[in-house]
Each structure stands twice: as structure tokens, then as C-alpha cells.
Design a protein around this ligand. Structure first.
Ligand code: PLP
Length: 402
């Protein structure tokens, strides 16, 4: 327990939940209304239409009152049958948790991807998927599951290449994609990339608190849904889609988070989705400049798939990343992401997503640099100066609309 309340703002720089802008907090404070009344339907129809633009889809998007994990379950139970084989690409901790869920649900997931730590430093290699599907002449594999932005490592995979691999193999498997931490931060195109179910959550690029989960679905996924036999009840798309036609939900929706979602979509569209992506890409580049300036390694080993959402920072041998993180949190009131799964203690993660700008990133980097020094980590130079140089050179995010 802290002895006193720290002054100034807490710096929340984990890769989700991301900081909730005041505008969204205010929207959430509107009175909760009758979720069966006419006013509610206006809100419901507005957010259901708006969220499609964020997923870049014209097909339905289901909104659940749940965290992202619930939406993972929604994607599986609505499209698959007990004992179905599915191919799950392991890019990191979240991909392996999704696989664990598939096992718990009675599916037969098959892990694909490079072994060991190496597999957690790269994106999805679509040719491995293509080879495996070509070998599945009997089409026993019913779905391919991939994580778009692997939050545990800071790697953003190329989803279009996965679609091409499935098509090149002439395989009918569904493509299920987790972009829980990618949506509204990294470019994502549900329709153009041929995803069948895209899973997301509210607490990352959408800047909301945790509590909403999403499934964007394709026509093919809806066909699979009609035949799917895994037990489902709360997650069942059918009653939700029916109620959504008139702007309602079959159960009590999270009204105040939907107010915030409506406002978040407005904020994102005022800035422009492409400008939002460009802002994330530039901040990520500045963050990586800082890590290089410190002489430390970036967790993602392939520059082609660096994440615009977060950067994993590897600690030198013998340095406990969690001790550094804790020191930074206690000294500067700055929260960084911990190393997850097999990366525990070996790295920390800097989030640069959602309501983040040059100065919020610089505050986080300054906290990291001071904390690394306090922890006795030998640095090659100033990452803060390297990041500032990069930001000063690349002024793409003017505050006035162009
Ligand atoms: N998948 C990814 C890529 C995530 O980043 C997370 C959470 O951070 C999850 C799944 C799980 O979502 P939640 O914790 O909202 O249930």
C-alpha cells in the first residue's frame, strides 16, 4: 500500500487497457437508460453501423458484454463442432491461450509455427499454413486461427498472406483472426483480407475500458454457424443478430460502454482511420529508436512485422525485467507491460496505442530510461534523445486537419 497518493497523472503505458480519454469518460457518465426503449435503439443502431467501418466490413459485427476472451469463445462455439480439428498458429502467449481454450471446448487444435523462443519473435509464416493445408486432402481441418497483433511480443502478422495461403491450398477452412489489440491501431480489413471471424475487444485501440468483445463475421462464417454443434448459449450469434436488427440486444447490454463506443468511433473518424494508423506507426518507430539508443534488443526479430501497438524490450542476460518494471512503477508511477509466458522476467512491454501522442510516449520513455539507470542496467546511450530526434524529424501528425 502506498503511503501517500502520488501527485500528477498515472502513466498507463501497458498494451491495453490503454488510457481512456476524458471525452469517453464523460460519455460513460450519461445516465443509464431503458435498454428496451426507443432512445436506446438509436444508440444501438449507431454503434452497430459505426463499428463495421472500424473493422472495414459491410457484414455483421456482434458486440458482446465481455472481455476479449469471451469474444474468442464466441468465434469458436459459433462456427465449429465437438472434436473438429483446427490449425492454430503460435506467435506468442495469447495465441497459446486461445489454443488452450479450444482444447477446453473439446476441439482438437493443432499447433503450427516455429518452436521455442524463436517462434515468439516472428509473425505468422503463411507458407507453413499452406503446406499443412495442402497435406490435408480430406479437409479435416475446419479452421485456421491466427493472432493479428500478438500483444505478448509486439509482432503484427500479415493476415492477407494467410488468406492467400488458404486459397492457394484450395482449402475450405475458415479463417479466424484475433485482432484484440490491433483494431483501430494497426491497419485491419475484415472484408478485403477475407477473414471469416475477427475477434476484438474494447480496451486497446478503441480506447474504452475493458468490457466489450466483438466478432465480425463473414457470410461463410454464418453458414458454418448454422451447422455448428459446440454447445452455445450466451455467445450464440442468432438471437443477438435478430435483436440487433432493431438496435437491441437479447440480454442487458453494457449501455454506458456503448455510449463510450459511439464517442470513440466519432473521435477515430474525426482524426481519420488512416491518420490513426500513421500516428501509431510513427510512435512505434520512435519507441524502437529509443530501445536501439539504449543498446537493448527489440523482442520482434523481423522488422517487417514490428507492431505499431507495442514494443517488447529485452533485458540483458542476468537482469530481471520484472524488478526493473517494479522499480519504474514505484518510482515514477508508470505502468509497463510484464513479460508473459515464456518471456516472463526477460522483457517488458511498452504500449503506444490508443490515446497516445508524442509527449505521452516521451514521458514513458523518460520513465524507462531513468528506471533502467536506477536498476543498474548499462545503457549504450540515451534512448530518449534518439526518440525525440526521430519525432522532431518526422512531423506527420499535425493537430490541424489537412
Ligand atoms: N488476445 C490478445 C491478442 C490480447 O492482447 C488479449 C488481452 O490482452 C486477449 C486475447 C485476451 O483478452 P481479454 O484479456 O480482454 O479477455
Amino acid at each position: 500500500k502506498l503511503d501517500f497518493h502520488p501527485s500528477g497523472r498515472h502513466v498507463l503505458q501497458i498494451p491495453g487497457p490503454s488510457p481512456v480519454p476524458d471525452r469517453l469518460l464523460r460519455a460513460m457518465s450519461y445516465p443509464t437508460i431503458d435498454h428496451r426503449g426507443p432512445e436506446f435503439a438509436m444508440l444501438g443502431l449507431k454503434v452497430l453501423a459505426g463499428i463495421k467501418r472500424i473493422f472495414k466490413t459491410t457484414q455483421p459485427v456482434i458486440i458482446y458484454s465481455s472481455s476479449g476472451t469471451g469474444a474468442w469463445e464466441g468465434a469458436l462455439v459459433n462456427t465449429l463442432c465437438p472434436g473438429d480439428r483446427i490449425l492454430m498458429y503460435e506467435t506468442g502467449h495469447f495465441a497459446s491461450l486461445w489454443r488452450e481454450m479450444a482444447e477446453n471446448l473439446g476441439l482438437r487444435p493443432e499447433r503450427i509455427g516455429r518452436d521455442g523462443v524463436e517462434g515468439w519473435r516472428r509473425g505468422v509464416e503463411a507458407d507453413l499454413i499452406e503446406q499443412r493445408l495442402r497435406a490435408d486432402g480430406g479437409h479435416a481441418i475446419k479452421a485456421v486461427c491466427v493472432v493479428h497483433n500478438e500483444t505478448s511480443t509486439g509482432v503484427t502478422s500479415d493476415i492477407a498472406s494467410v488468406r492467400r495461403a488458404i486459397d492457394a491450398a484450395g482449402h475450405p477452412a475458415l479463417l479466424l483472426v484475433d485482432t484484440i489489440s490491433g483494431l483501430a491501431s494497426a491497419d485491419y480489413r475484415h472484408d478485403a483480407w477475407g477473414a471469416d471471424v475477427t475477434v476484438s475487444g474494447s480496451q486497446k485501440g478503441l480506447m474504452l475500458p475493458p468490457g466489450l468483445g466483438f466478432n465480425a463475421v463473414s457470410q461463410k462464417a454464418l453458414h458454418a454457424h448454422a451447422a455448428a454443434r459446440l454447445p452455445r448459449s450466451y455467445w450464440d450469434w442468432t438471437p443477438i443478430l435478430k435483436a440487433n436488427e432493431t438496435g437491441y440486444w437479447p440480454t442487458t447490454p453494457n449501455t454506458n460502454l456503448l455510449y463510450a463506443l459511439s464517442e470513440a468511433i466519432e473521435m477515430i473518424e474525426e482524426e481519420g482511420l488512416d491518420r490513426v494508423f500513421a500516428r501509431h506507426a510513427r510512435l512505434a518507430e520512435a519507441c524502437r529508436a529509443a530501445v536501439r539508443g539504449w543498446g537493448l534488443d527489440i523482442q520482434c526479430a523481423d522488422p517487417q512485422v514490428y507492431s505499431p501497438v507495442l514494443t517488447g524490450v529485452m533485458m540483458p542476460e542476468g537482469v530481471d525485467a520484472n524488478a526493473v518494471r517494479q522499480r519504474i512503477a514505484e518510482t515514477f508511477d508508470l505502468s509497463l507491460g510484464t513479460g508473459l509466458g515464456r518471456m516472463a522476467g526477460r522483457m517488458f512491454r511498452i504500449g503506444h496505442l490508443g490515446d497516445c501522442n508524442d509527449l505521452s510516449l516521451m514521458a514513458a520513455l523518460a520513465g524507462c530510461e531513468m528506471g533502467l539507470k536506477l536498476s543498474g542496467v548499462r545503457l549504450a546511450g540515451s534512448g530518449v534523445v534518439a526518440a525525440m530526434d526521430l519525432l522532431a524529424r518526422t512531423e506527420v501528425h499535425s493537430l490541424t486537419k489537412v
